[in-house]
Write a protein that binds this ligand. Structure first.
Ligand code: DGT
Ligand code: CA
Ligand code: CA
Length: 572
């Protein structure tokens, strides 16, 4: 399919024309055609070969010729020509907050500025203030925009965004003029990293809502303020976008701004196929433009013949097809979790006693926890010698006697040595209620050796789980060189559960592998990898990853009762 290629080139042509200051109607024609083609539910190559391009709304003779050229040659002469007239780097400048096509083109024409470096220099030297339509304030704004772009090219981890996003949401709920309000965007989908936060509200008084929004205590400054969209920067440089829509559009807008973009593109094309038009204002009759539904997300999905799709699934990874067939998984919910199987205590590198951890876990509503301190050779993490393992087991037995409705399972996070042997002998491993293994040393090995090492570890009959299977640290360390598919096959064969490690910089296995592994027959366990009691709440990010990987309750050990778990672990 060349649909996206054609759409992308047409979008770029529109941007270039915009920079050149071409007439509005022409620019809009390109943008609209690009969107139509992005939404098209059939292959543009077929439409072209059957000479049906003119049947696409908004496509006239001239555009049809250009589309045909792209389909047939993969490029567009007109676009190549435009690119020569407008330095391509100028397009990058459009991304800077405070700059639009008109300003970028004025900067180019008057000062010859074509890239961020030149722009920064000109701002610092005060060369912009004398241009028509610019001033000292514009200069400062642009400089800030540049700094922001430099700083925020990185994304933040889910836990940071979650904390900031839900605090902000709770504040917005206090606004009297707000009707309904929700988190949208990638945070609602619980993606592992977040670019910016999106909040959606419905109200008949958008201006009051915007005023309330920018008065939040953590706002560093306001980037943009309008009556439909306002953007602010928090003190930690995270951007937050608020959109306000009318109550009748709330569901459609929530659907739209939750994304993902890829999910939305497919949704729009289904709408078109069914004689509708879908956008952030609602679902409309394509012919008459009459409003059909839009107040609730559920209405939108159901009118399109789809069952409701949980936000975490909206990545265009087959969820729309499954919703159509009515075969979406009944994904695990956040409150299905009855306990945590990856917790470090004061016995190794954790900072709380097992007593304290147990009390806090009970408060969360858990029925059990599994304590997984490190094994003997991991000296920096105060790994437990055999003698200390025995003492710890005694302590846990004492604690368990105190509770009738809560259970502490004594586990270990046993190191897998470079040769694939484990850091405890089998006679010690048998003493634990469960054994979790993981790699903590010698990260850099040849792919083949690393894969063998992990598989050999899983082959030990005492092993129950493999912790953080790929070893990645988001933004800091790449996954080990391993053949993940082989590891997944071995997990099935050896009946080893794969862990979804909930620590925000791990989220390992990641959503895509989780989905793949489930299809192969793998079962899972979720662990917070807590090193203090505040980390216990990271569990929700592991559950989010499980949901994004299409897991159901039955796939995950932590959703079972104490009794069932003892049976599954087979140590009673
Ligand atoms: P992020 O912020 O990079 O983590 O990811 P998102 O998904 O939050 O993306 P963002 O903030 O740019 O936009 C929020 C949602 O708005 C996005 O998930 C889908 C929708 N959206 C934004 N731009 C487009 C677009 O060009 N086309 C479509 N169909 N939807 C869009
Ligand atoms: Ca976002
Ligand atoms: Ca956004």
């Amino acid at each position: 399919m060349k649909n996206q290629l054609v759409a992308d080139i047409l979008y770029q042509v529109a941007d270039l024309l915009d920079l050149k200051g071409d007439i509005f109607f022409k620019i809009r024609a390109y943008r609209m055609a690009a969107q139509r083609i992005e939404d098209l539910d059939e292959d543009i190559e077929i439409v072209t070969s059957e000479e049906r391009l003119l049947s696409i709304p908004g496509v006239g003779e001239a555009l049809a010729k250009k589309i045909k050229e792209i389909v047939e040659t993969g490029r567009l002469e007109y676009y190549e020509k435009l690119k020569k007239e407008v330095p391509e780097e100028l397009l990058v400048l459009l991304d800077i907050s405070g700059l639009g096509p008109r300003k970028v083109s004025a900067l180019f024409k008057n000062l010859g500025i074509t890239n961020i470096m030149e722009l920064k220099k000109a701002c610092i030297e005060g060369k912009l203030r004398d241009l028509e339509g610019f001033g000292e304030i514009t200069e400062r704004n642009i400089l800030r925009g540049i700094k922001l772009k430099e700083r925020t090219s990185g994304r933040v981890l889910l836990n940071v965004a979650y904390h900031d996003g839900y605090n902000y949401l709770n504040y917005m709920k206090k606004c009297e003029k707000v009707d309904r309000v929700s988190i949208a965007g990638s945070l609602r989908r619980m993606k592992e990293t977040i670019g910016d936060l999106d909040i959606l509200a419905s109200s008949d008084y958008p201006d009051s809502v915007m005023d309330f929004f920018i008065r939040y205590y953590d706002v560093q400054r306001v980037l943009l303020k309008g009556s439909t969209k306002t953007s602010v920067l928090l003190n930690n440089d995270l951007q937050v976008d608020l959109r306000v829509v009318k109550p009748e559009s709330y569901g459609a807008a929530l659907q739209y701004f939750t994304g993902s973009k890829e999910h939305n593109v497919k949704m729009r094309s289904i709408a078109i196929k069914k004689g509708f038009k879908l956008n952030e204002y609602g679902l409309f009759n394509k012919k008459t433009d009459d409003y059909v539904v839009g107040e609730s997300e559920n209405d939108v999905y159901s009118k399109l013949g789809l069952s409701f799709i949980e936000p975490e699934l909206r990545e265009n990874r087959g969820e729309i097809e499954a919703a159509k067939e009515g075969v979406l998984p009944d994904v695990v919910s956040y409150d299905d979790i009855k306990g945590d199987f990856h917790i470090h205590s004061l016995w190794s590198d954790g900072s709380d006693t097992i007593d304290t951890i147990a009390e806090n876990a009970k408060k969360i509503g858990y029925e059990y926890i599994g304590i997984t301190d490190h094994s003997q050779s991991l000296k920096i993490a105060r790994g437990l010698s055999e003698d200390r393992v025995n003492k710890k087991i005694d302590e846990i037995n004492r604690i368990n006697k105190r509770y009738s409705d809560f259970q502490v399972f004594c586990g270990t996070e046993c190191d897998i040595k470079p040769d694939g042997s484990l850091d405890y002998s089998n006679s010690i491993l048998k003493k634990f209620d469960f054994v979790c293994i993981g790699i903590h040393t010698n990260f850099k090995m040849k792919k083949e050796d690393m894969t063998k090492r992990i598989i050999r570890g899983m082959e030990n009959e005492n092993v129950d789980f493999l912790a953080h299977p790929t070893g990645r640290l988001i933004g800091r360390r790449d996954p080990f060189e391993i053949d993940v598919e082989k590891v997944i096959d071995a997990a099935v064969k050896t009946n080893t559960r794969l862990e979804i490690n909930s620590f925000p910089d791990r989220l390992d296995l990641s959503d895509i592998y989780v989905k793949y592994a489930k299809e192969k027959g793998v079962r899972f366990v979720i662990g917070s990898d807590s090193h203090n009691i505040d980390h216990l709440s990271f569990m929700r990010f592991g559950v989010a990853t499980a949901r994004r990987g299409w897991l159901e309750k039955k796939d995950i050990l932590n959703t079972y009762s104490v009794k069932e778990i003892s049976k599954i672990l087979g140590r009673e």
